[in-house]
Ligand binder design. Structure first.
Ligand SMILES: [Zn+2]
Length: 476
């Protein structure tokens, strides 16, 4: 046998740890430490691999450590703009920070610890965004953005999917390493995890690919969302249906940057989040139009003197104009010489043909999901108010349809677009990509439009108080 030193391999005792699996093994520590001076003995409470505890005894302390780190991170995030803080919390400091821990330990067996971590998370969201969340609103906030939430996942919801996917993902490799005489080693707690998952999701088949966390998670997310929807009526139901449309959360996916105009100020952020989750937006008060504004702020979104409407309308058209120009399609706003049936001009016109040799006219409109005239439709289907607005626009342009293509850019205050607008914006994104722009150009375009809608909502809410002064600066 060649001594290890000859090969240049030396054991560094200071980096070695000794963990006794039994009382007899503990007695042999003296022998080992004599051979390796500096060898450290670790207890079951501190025995960890890559930062994740190996023994159950260590899990409560590991939870507490992570809770403290979250507390510290949340406190420091408070120094940043709310929009930036929310993005950082979502993608870095909340569950993503502990995902390896959740994938490797049976965290769901420690409900008190997991709830106390989630409690800190909820408090952090409330403090950073200046909103108050009731239990249902917190559950909605904890769903992924594509399902109507803020994407701040609760450790309680993620722990089982994470552990199940991880244990299924490693079982093949573990078998290869540890299998003796063809027997299959089992992953500790894996069968408990499956049993716990079946209790939560009775009569639901397991995902096709067992090692995909997203597939396990999607089933739980659907269950939670359906639970919320089941108990909702009226405006709450319309809101839930609307925010569960993927495009309604585009503003939450945007990278907050003041240079790109995608940073929402703290108040706009608060209003946008409150409208999405159904939290109180303001104290009930009398609007400048004389109507009562309830605490949900919905009146502001359809008020006849709504001050957010004009800057939002201008912003939507300007974003589309700029995107068309970037895609090498010359265009102009408010083209002279073209008028619709009511004598008004369309919002924009491409100056070269868009399709089949015809130039494209567009007209933007933003309608409230919660207006009394729309609620009958929006409680039944997401985006129904936008579809109706699109239909009305098309009627007004009937005289111009023989010569031009027309697309109604109808969006709801909740962020749902009409189908025609979605097709047009997706085509515009495609042309931007083909023109050599960023492969994510289409998503960036949707995010900018979505942010303009949310800014308009915030301006409308602030405009109900007095002569519009409160909205100053929102669109600067
Ligand atoms: Zn009003």
């Amino acid at each position: 046998m060649v001594p290890s030193g000859v090969l240049g391999l030396e054991v560094n005792p200071k980096k070695c740890e000794f963990f006794p699996c039994s009382a007899e093994a503990r007695d042999s520590f003296a022998t080992f430490s004599h051979l390796l001076p500096g060898l450290k003995e670790v207890s079951a409470q501190s025995f960890a691999l890559l930062g994740s505890p190996i023994c159950s005894e260590a899990i409560p302390e590991a939870f507490e450590e992570r809770r403290q780190l979250l507390l510290m991170a949340a406190e420091r995030l408070g120094d940043l703009p709310a929009h930036v803080a929310l993005v950082l919390l979502r993608v870095c400091f909340a569950v993503p920070k502990i995902i390896y821990f959740l994938r490797t330990v049976p965290a769901w067996l420690y409900p008190d610890h997991i709830d106390s971590f989630d409690y800190v998370l909820k408090e952090s969201v409330e403090r950073l965004l200046n909103v108050s969340l009731n239990p249902d609103q917190w559950v909605l906030a904890s769903l992924p953005i594509r399902n109507g939430g803020l994407g701040i996942r609760r450790a309680r919801d993620v722990s089982l999917p994470a552990f199940l996917a991880s244990s299924e993902g490693v079982v093949g490799l573990v078998t290869k390493i540890l299998s003796v005489n063809g027997d299959r080693p089992t992953i500790p707690f894996a069968s408990d995890a499956v049993a716990a998952w079946r209790t939560l999701n009775p009569n639901v088949p397991m995902p096709d690919k067992l090692d995909r966390q997203r597939l396990w998670d999607d089933i739980g997310v659907r269950r939670v969302f359906d639970g919320l929807l089941e108990g909702a009526v009226g405006a709450d139901k319309a809101r839930l249906l609307a925010v569960s449309r993927p495009e309604a959360g585009a503003w939450l996916q945007a990278l907050p940057s003041p240079h790109m105009g995608t940073l929402l100020d703290n108040n706009s952020m608060r209003v946008a989040v409150a409208l999405r989750l159904g939290c109180d937006v303001c104290e009930p008060h009398i609007c400048i139009c004389g109507t009562m504004v309830e605490s949900n702020g919905h009146h502001a979104l359809s008020c006849c003197r709504c001050v957010g409407r004009f800057p939002r309308h201008h912003a939507l058209n300007d974003i589309v104009r700029r995107a068309l120009l970037s895609a090498n399609v010359p265009c102009m706003l408010e083209p002279p010489g073209l008028s619709r049936t009511d004598g008004k001009r369309p919002d924009g016109l491409t100056l070269i043909p868009w399709e089949k040799g015809k130039c494209l006219l567009w007209d933007a409109t933003c309608v409230s999901t919660f207006a009394a005239s729309h609620m009958g439709r929006t409680v039944r289907a997401a985006g129904a108010a936008a579809e109706l607005a699109a239909l009305r626009k098309r009627d007004k342009y009937s005289a111009l349809l023989t010569k031009y293509l027309f697309v109604p850019l109808a969006v709801e205050t909740s962020g749902c677009w009409c189908a025609e607008a979605k097709i047009f914006l997706s085509e515009l994104g495609q042309r931007l990509r083909e023109g050599g722009h960023d492969p994510r150009s289409g998503s960036f375009l949707m995010q900018r439009l979505s942010i303009a809608v949310q800014r308009g909502n915030a301006a409308s809410v602030m405009g109900t108080f007095a002569s519009g002064r409160a909205r100053d600066g929102l669109f600067d």
